[in-house]
Design a protein around this ligand. Sequence first.
Ligand code: FEO
Length: 397
Amino acid sequence: MGNVTLTEGVHWVGAIDWNIRNFHGYSTRLGTSYNAYLVVDDKVTLIDTVKAPFYEVMVSRVKEIVSLDDIDYVVSNHVEMDHSGSLPMIMRDAKNARLITLEKFGEGGLRKTFHSDWPMDTVKEGSELDLGKRKIVFIPTPMLHWPDSMCSYLLEDKILFSMDAFGQHIASSLRFDDEVGIDAIMPEAAKYYANILMPFGDLIVRAVDKLSNLDIDMIAPSHGVIWRTHLDTITKAYTSWGKGESKNKALVIYDTMWGSTEKMAHAIAEGIMSEDIEVKLYNLTRSDHSDIITEVLDTKAILIGSPTLNNGIFPSVAGFLCYLKGLKPKGKLGAAFGSHGWAGGAVKAVEQELGQASIDVIDSGLAIRFVPDEEELQKCTDFGKTIAVRMRKDKED
Ligand code: FEO
């Protein structure tokens, strides 16, 4: 089946999910991989497993190297089922294996998920697992991605098994960053961070800082490529994203019923462009939410346009705002606009939602009745200019 060697005695034994296109709501146009790793020493250790339907694929890779009876430890770095889904089968088939997981959260999560009586040892910050010639040191990384998440650091080989952190949803027969190419990887790493890890920016900055004290030659995440060349690029990007650093860029995100809010969106974008500020425009019916969120990551201003429907926000816009709120973007400016017929309501409601997402609402929203005329479109352009000027001022301060 083709396991891949990271260094002598350390192997990738994961699975490639070529055709997944939706990962709990996140579009995965390039598929993904579930990375499991096998460390062969005096003791044999399987680090994480794969999503349940891929169990046989993982096992066939393992069996090229050792028999399942030779496995002494199965390390569960994270309870989520894309990595723990094969635990019931491997704990059934690897009859001599003990499960290793983080105390409290790992153990509690696994017990509540699988209702099992597997032989289980718990570890905490700095616990070591002696494999013979090598040791694994465990490093809790809470909220990267769940409270139970931890990294396993293979001390002598300087390999950090980083779990979800530094991952990307990329299906590839190539396992390493220098093989796939940094330009192809970074947009996917950014999308992954934006849609999965963005709410935890402060914790991420602290975690990257903590991990920087380790001597690391390779970062082996649980999805996508293994970092052996561009470690500096990905760790610096995580610190920047975690701090909420942004470019002077604006997003105009909207939906429209009869074309009026769309006309406003274009006029506002023209106003922003006229001030030499980068702007991107997204119609929510035609664009993928997880792609837009990727743009949010390094954007300074988010302008949301909604027509009024039943005195409130248009459903596609409300859905996007709900997703945005959950991801808690840091350090953003925001504004609302929209057209309404006989009664308004959406613009105020969007402003409230932006406020709840901790976005600094920078101007009273722009509401226009029915179809905007020339004068009103000029107001939209001026609205865009006002926002661009505020963005520039913020950057200078
Ligand atoms: Fe890839 Fe949080 O699991």
